[in-house]
Design a protein. Structure first.
Length: 681
C-alpha cells in the first residue's frame, strides 16, 4: 500500500483537524497524474477495513468520502485548487478522466449506505442539523436556509444537492476565470466553503475563533480540553493563540485571502498585495476583475435581497444622515435575489471611472438617483453587489497614486466607534427624558437594542429623539452641527471627531512608513507596507524583522490589532532573537497611545481628572480640545472602555494595581476569549 494512502485513511478516521487534512491531501496535495490511482486505492482500503471500524470511525470516513465526492463532482475542486499549469504542465487530468472517478465514489457510497444504513442516516441528519446552525445567532445564513430544502434521506441526493448548489455559484465561475487565491471568512461555514465554492483558504482571528468555538460541539470540546490541560501553564497570549489554532483546524487557516464571501452573501474583493510578488501582477488583477465585473455584473449571484426598499423621494429626504441601513438576508426568500438595477446601469454606462473622481460625489450621485444602499464599504453605502465595485475602485485609485490603503485598524476601530455611538446616543436620550421627569419614556429609550446596526435610524428612535427636543442631523446642514453641539441625535461632534481622527491617524502611519529609511534597508518595497499594519497573520518568517523586533510575539499573530509606533523605528536596532521574547509591556502602552489615546483625548474636555489619565499615558499636551463630554463621564463611556482603557473600567485608575491592569490589558475579543480559557471549568 502506498504510505500516503495509509496516512490519508488514518487521517480520515481522526479528529476534525485530521479529517480536514485528509480532504486537502486528496483534493489539493495529490499530483493530478496520480489522482485516479490514489483515489482508487483509498476506496479499496476503506472497503477492506470498514468491518473493523467503530461506529464513530465509520461516520468520520463516510463524511470524508461525502466531502470529497461533493467537491469533485464536476471536477471543480480539481480545476480550482489542485491543477496548476505552471507546476503540472502536461500532467493535468481532463474531465473525461476524472468524471468516472466521481461516479465510482457515488457507487461506493451507495453500497456503504445500504450496508450501514443506520450509521449513514445518523450522519446525514447530524450534518443537516450542523449546517442549519451555521451562524444561526447572527440571522439566517445562506447554507442554513438551503439545508432546509433537502431531506437527509439519501447520501446521493444530499451530495448532488450541494454539488449542484456549489457549481452554479458565480464565485466558482469567477474563480475559474481569474488567476487568484480565493478565501472566505468563518461565517459561511468553513468546510462548506472549501467544498462548495472551492475556496483556497479562510481567515481566522480571535473574534472569528470565538464564533467558531462556540458554534461547533467538537471544537468546544477541543477548546475545553486544551484550556484544562494548560491551565496555569500558558500565558493568556499562548492560550488565545492555541484556541485560535483549534478554531483554525476547521477553518484550514492557510495563506492570505484576497476574496471574502460573508455568510450574508456580501461580496468583497480585497486585493491584498501580500498575495503577489509583483506590483504589476496586482495592477493586472485589478484590471481583470474590473472587466469581469462590467461583463458579469447583471448576472452576479450576490445571494442578497433587500427586505426594505426606499423610493428616490424617501432617500432624498434622508440626505445628510451619515448611515442608512437596510435588513439584508441571504436567501430567506430566494437564493439569488435581485439587486438594484440602477447601480449596475451606472457602472455599465461608464459613469464611474475606477481611478478618477471623488468617492463621496459618486455616492451622492447614486443616492440622488434613487439607488438602494445597505452596506458601507470603502466609503460608499452600498449593497453586496456594489461593494465589489467599491473595493476595486478604492484600490485602483490607490495604485494610481502609488499608495496602498489598508483597513485593519480602521475596520476594528470603526466597529467600536459604531457601538459607542449607539450606546452613547441611547444614554444621552434617556438622560434627557430623566431630566424632564419622564421616567416612562426614559425606560422606553433604554429598551432600544444598542447592539444592532441601524437601530438609531429606526423611525421609533428618531421619533423619541424629536419628542425629547433633540435635533436630527438631516433637519439641518452640516455647517450648523457645531451650533447644536450636545443636542444632535445620534451624532455628536466628539464621536465624529474620534472616528475621523483615527482614520487620519491610520493614513498618517502609512505615509510615515513610506518615508522611513529602515524600510529600504530591510528590502521592503513601498507596495508591501500593508503587511506592517496587518492584524492576526501567520509568522513573518524573519521577512520583516523590524516588525518582529518592535512587536515581539505579537507579530506572529497574537495581537488582534497592531498599531505600529513609527517613532521607534528611527533609532531601532534589529535583534532577530526578539521574535522569541515575551512581549514588552511598555510596547503595549506605545501601541495604544500611538493610534488611540492621543487622538481620543483631543476630542474631549480636559479637566484635572482626565489630565492625570493623559499624564499616566505620557501623552498629555497643552492645550487639548475644549469640546465633547466631560471627564467624569469618560471612564464609563463605551468607546473609552473598549479602546483607551483596553478593559472595561468603572472609574479612572487610582492604585498602581489598577494602572497595571490597564497597562497589560488587551482589546476586544482577545480578552474575552482569554478569559473564557482561563476560567474553563
Amino acid at each position: 500500500m502506498d504510505p500516503k494512502v495509509r496516512k490519508i485513511v488514518d487521517q480520515a478516521k481522526g479528529d476534525l483537524f485530521s479529517q480536514a487534512q485528509a480532504f486537502d491531501n486528496v483534493t489539493c496535495f495529490t499530483n493530478p497524474k496520480d489522482f485516479p490511482a490514489r483515489i482508487k486505492e483509498i476506496q479499496e482500503t476503506i472497503v477492506s477495513e470498514i468491518s473493523g471500524y467503530t461506529e464513530e470511525e465509520k461516520e468520520k470516513v463516510f463524511l470524508f468520502l461525502i466531502w470529497v465526492t461533493m467537491a469533485l463532482d464536476g471536477s471543480y475542486e480539481l480545476t480550482l485548487n489542485l491543477q496548476n499549469e505552471e507546476r503540472h504542465k502536461n500532467n493535468i487530468v481532463p474531465d473525461k478522466v476524472l468524471k468516472p472517478e466521481v461516479r465510482n465514489l457515488y457507487k461506493l457510497l451507495k453500497k456503504l449506505e445500504a450496508k450501514h444504513k443506520n450509521v449513514m442516516s445518523g450522519l446525514l441528519n447530524k450534518e443537516k442539523t450542523r449546517m442549519g446552525r451555521i451562524m444561526a445567532s447572527a440571522g439566517k445564513g445562506l447554507l442554513a436556509e438551503k439545508s432546509k430544502e433537502i431531506e437527509a434521506t439519501s447520501v446521493k441526493a444530499w451530495i448532488k444537492f450541494w454539488a449542484k448548489f456549489g457549481k452554479k455559484s458565480n464565485l466558482r465561475k469567477i474563480k475559474e476565470k481569474a488567476n487568484m487565491i480565493v478565501g472566505v471568512d468563518y461565517g459561511l461555514g468553513i468546510i462548506e466553503a472549501r467544498i462548495l465554492w472551492g475556496a483556497d483558504l479562510v481567515m481566522m482571528n480571535p473574534t472569528l475563533a470565538r464564533l467558531a468555538l462556540a458554534e461547533d460541539d467538537v471544537l468546544q470540546a477541543m477548546k475545553r480540553q486544551f484550556a484544562l490541560d494548560n491551565k496555569g501553564k500558558l500565558s493568556r497570549e499562548e492560550l488565545v493563540r492555541g484556541a485560535t489554532k483549534i478554531a483554525g483546524y476547521k477553518a484550514r487557516l492557510a495563506q492570505r485571502a484576497v476574496f471574502l464571501l460573508t455568510e450574508k452573501g456580501k461580496i468583497s474583493f480585497q486585493v491584498n498585495p501580500r498575495t503577489y510578488n509583483q506590483p504589476e501582477k496586482l495592477k493586472s488583477d485589478i484590471l481583470t476583475l474590473h472587466k469581469e465585473f462590467n461583463d458579469e455584473c447583471m448576472k452576479y449571484d450576490s445571494g442578497l435581497f433587500l427586505e426594505d426598499t426606499l423610493t428616490p423621494e424617501e432617500i432624498k429626504a434622508r440626505k445628510g444622515q451619515s448611515h442608512v441601513f437596510y435588513k439584508v438576508d441571504g436567501s430567506a426568500k430566494s437564493v439569488y435575489g435581485d439587486v438594484d438595477k440602477l447601480m449596475v446601469e451606472q457602472v455599465k454606462k461608464g459613469n464611474f471611472d475606477l481611478a478618477e473622481g471623488d468617492s463621496g460625489s459618486a455616492m451622492e450621485q447614486v443616492m440622488a438617483e434613487g439607488a438602494n444602499n445597505n452596506v458601507t464599504v470603502a466609503g460608499f453605502m452600498t449593497d453586496g453587489l456594489y461593494s465589489f465595485f467599491c473595493q476595486l475602485r478604492g484600490h485602483a485609485k490607490a495604485r494610481k497614486k502609488g499608495l496602498l490603503i489598508t483597513h485593519s485598524i480602521i475596520t476594528k476601530m470603526g466597529g467600536r466607534i459604531e457601538a459607542a455611538l449607539r450606546w452613547y446616543a441611547i444614554q444621552k436620550l434617556a438622560d434627557v427624558y430623566k431630566k424632564q421627569g419622564n421616567t416612562a419614556k426614559a425606560e422606553e429609550v433604554m429598551k432600544i437594542d444598542n447592539k444592532k446596526n441601524g437601530t438609531l435610524d429606526a423611525p421609533e428612535a428618531r421619533k423619541l429623539a424629536k419628542e425629547a427636543g433633540l435635533i436630527l442631523p438631516e433637519e439641518i446642514t452640516p455647517a450648523e452641527y457645531e451650533n447644536h453641539e450636545g443636542k444632535l441625535f445620534p451624532q455628536d461632534l466628539a464621536i465624529c471627531t474620534i472616528a475621523e481622527a483615527i482614520s487620519k491617524r491610520s493614513h498618517k502611519i502609512m505615509t510615515a512608513l513610506k518615508k522611513s529609511p529602515i524600510m529600504k534597508k530591510q528590502g521592503v518595497q513601498e507596495w508591501e507596507t500593508g503587511d506592517l499594519q496587518a492584524s492576526m497573520r501567520p509568522p513573518y518568517g524573519n521577512r520583516f524583522p523590524h516588525v518582529e523586533g518592535l512587536l515581539g510575539m505579537f507579530s506572529q499573530g497574537h495581537f488582534p490589532d497592531c498599531a505600529l509606533n513609527i517613532e521607534l523605528w528611527k533609532e531601532m536596532k534589529i535583534n532577530r532573537k526578539n521574535v522569541e521574547k515575551k512581549v514588552n509591556k511598555t510596547m503595549i502602552e506605545q501601541l495604544y497611545s500611538s493610534i488611540i489615546a492621543e487622538e481620543f483625548a483631543q476630542a474631549y474636555e480636559v479637566d484635572e481628572a482626565l489630565k492625570q489619565v493623559l499624564i499616566f499615558f505620557d501623552i498629555y499636551k497643552q492645550p487639548y480640545g475644549s469640546k465633547g463630554i466631560t471627564a467624569d463621564k469618560l471612564a464609563s463611556h463605551a468607546f473609552a472602555q473598549q479602546t483607551l482603557f483596553a478593559k472595561v473600567v468603572d472609574a479612572f485608575p487610582a492604585t498602581e494595581a489598577e494602572k497595571n491592569a490597564i497597562r497589560t490589558g488587551f482589546i476586544g475579543d482577545f480578552n474575552l476569549l482569554g478569559e473564557e480559557l482561563e476560567n474553563q471549568q
